[in-house]
Write a protein that binds this ligand. Structure first.
Ligand code: PMP
Length: 392
């Protein structure tokens, strides 16, 4: 059977180059200390930036929704799955984001796939930062428009690409606001200028910024007061907001269009009531949580500074996502294994997620960590770094 042989050969190859993925059983990942295969470890790998995934109030909102509305939505939203909790959640969403209209979507991956593939026609153009999330690339491929990937945060490269396409053609510029692997920010001011100059729409992915940046946690666009200049803001409820699902906000005509053309919205079952209960509660809570946001920033700054001081290359991280560059795959995998032995859970990020020879260990800190947790981790990370000659 050639299928089986081919696929097994490919798996063996992935194993050889340290790219084969394995699932491990993890529990308590919503907490600062989790267990992996039963072993307690410091959790420096979650996106639960504000600790909402374990929040008591949100748990109650979820269970109240289950008891009132049941387990599942029973159909897609355009059939009979559009229960009243959606109206409540979307009202909370547009109030929070101060947007004209908004839509809740089943996951961040689905949102990017759906928004981009619905919006950009086959004869259109998509300009995407090279470090954008995979779901953006997949959405662009699905649209069958011409995809142009510009060098990370390189505005000159983007402008050169924009210049080459007809002014009247449909163009979408799309970027993460906080990049998920490097933890740096997009150059939103410059992107707004370019989109105005070259007659394009601008879409931002606020997955790692929602809840974290902005006075009320609205995201990085609000932090820079650029929200009204950005056509499409998407973000997730699966990271700082603790549960699951995603949103898109923008002008009413755009949201109406998505309801009619986004296939993942039309053809997939609506979210379970429990998730919508958690989403509404999280949107309300996050606007009050200035202190936890500040605490998260303090932790990120402390952790990043300490690792830099020890001699690690933290790429251009400016956020709660803090990578250390380890180079080649084998060494990165060994580093991750040593971390595990020392009781630290962090992920090794390898190509194709990052470019060749740019493999890294990616740490994320949360508001739930204590300074002692972080101190404890830094000592161990440095020890391993020296042992493996990543630092001196
Ligand atoms: N966009 C970015 C930038 C992400 O990091 C992620 C999650 N890894 C997603 C989209 C997808 O979101 P979700 O996990 O809710 O599908």
């Amino acid at each position: 059977m050639y299928w089986e042989e081919d696929i097994k050969r490919e798996l063996a190859y992935l194993d050889e180059i340290f790219q084969k993925r394995h699932l491990v059983t993890t529990e308590f990942a919503e907490q600062p200390w989790l267990t992996v295969n039963g072993h307690k470890m410091l959790n420096l790998a979650s996106n639960n930036y504000l600790g909402y995934a374990g929040d008591k109030g949100l748990k109650k909102a979820m269970s109240d929704a289950v008891m009132t509305y049941g387990i599942g939505a029973a159909a897609s939203r355009l059939i009979v799955g559009n229960h009243s909790l959606y109206e409540k959640a979307e009202k909370a969403l547009v109030n929070w984001k101060k947007a004209e209209a908004g839509l809740i979507i089943n996951s961040g991956y689905n949102a990017n796939l759906g928004i981009i593939s619905a919006l950009v026609p086959r004869n259109g153009f998509i300009f995407s930062d090279k470090l954008n999330h995979a779901s953006i690339i997949d959405g662009a491929l699905l649209s069958r428009a011409k995809l142009q990937r510009y060098r990370h945060n390189d505005m000159n490269h983007l402008e050169n690409l924009l210049k080459k396409v007809p002014f009247e053609s449909r163009k979408l510029i799309v970027t993460d606001t906080v990049f998920s692997m490097d933890g740096d920010f997009a150059k939103l001011k410059e992107l707004v200028k370019l989109k105005e100059q070259y007659n394009a729409l601008l879409m931002v992915d606020e997955a790692h910024a929602s809840g974290v940046y902005g006075k009320n946690g609205e995201g990085y666009a609000h932090f820079l007061d650029l929200q009204d200049k950005i056509d499409i803001q998407m973000g997730t409820f699966s990271k700082a907001l603790g549960s699951f699902g995603a949103y898109v906000t923008g002008k009413q005509w755009l949201i109406d269009y998505f309801k009619n053309r986004m296939r993942g919205f039309i053809y997939s079952t609506a979210l379970p009531p429990a998730i919508l209960g958690a989403i509404t509660a999280a949107i309300e809570k996050v606007q009050q949580d200035t202190e936890r946001r500040a605490l998260l920033q303090q932790h990120a700054l402390f952790f990043r500074k300490a690792l830099t001081y020890e001699g690690f290359n933290t790429c251009k991280s400016q956020s709660q996502i803090i990578p250390i560059l380890t180079g080649e795959n084998k060494r990165t995998m060994q580093f991750a294994e040593r971390l595990q032995k020392e009781g630290i859970a962090a992920i090794a990020v390898r190509p194709p997620t990052v470019p060749e020879n740019k493999a890294r260990i990616r740490f994320t800190v949360t508001a739930d960590h204590t300074r002692e947790d972080l101190d404890w981790a830094i000592k161990r990370i440095s020890l391993i770094g020296k042992e493996m000659s990543v630092i001196q």
